[in-house]
Design a protein around this ligand. Sequence first.
Ligand code: SF4
Length: 95
Amino acid sequence: MSFGCNEMEKYDRLEIRCPRLGGEVTFAYCKQESGNLPCPRIITCWRAYIPVEAYLKETLTQEEWNRCFNRPPKGKVDTIFELVEAAKKRKASPP
Ligand code: SF4
């Protein structure tokens, strides 16, 4: 499958409800959610609507694909550390 410019732009404007943010986001947003990389959940979120995996395989380099989807899973210590840091930030800046 090959994706032309028009098809890519058509996908960019599509919107779904983001399970993380709780609001509508466009495919263009999901493609760059992690800086210049797609959100790691993009295949799960979009596969019911568009051929997202084929599209990404065509548009990402192997290195980008690996950085996005083949990251080693975080260990429990990393996760706990991130939760503590997030809690410290919330405490430092109350609403
Ligand atoms: S791919 Fe990521 S940013 Fe996009 S809807 Fe899914 S969770 Fe939200």
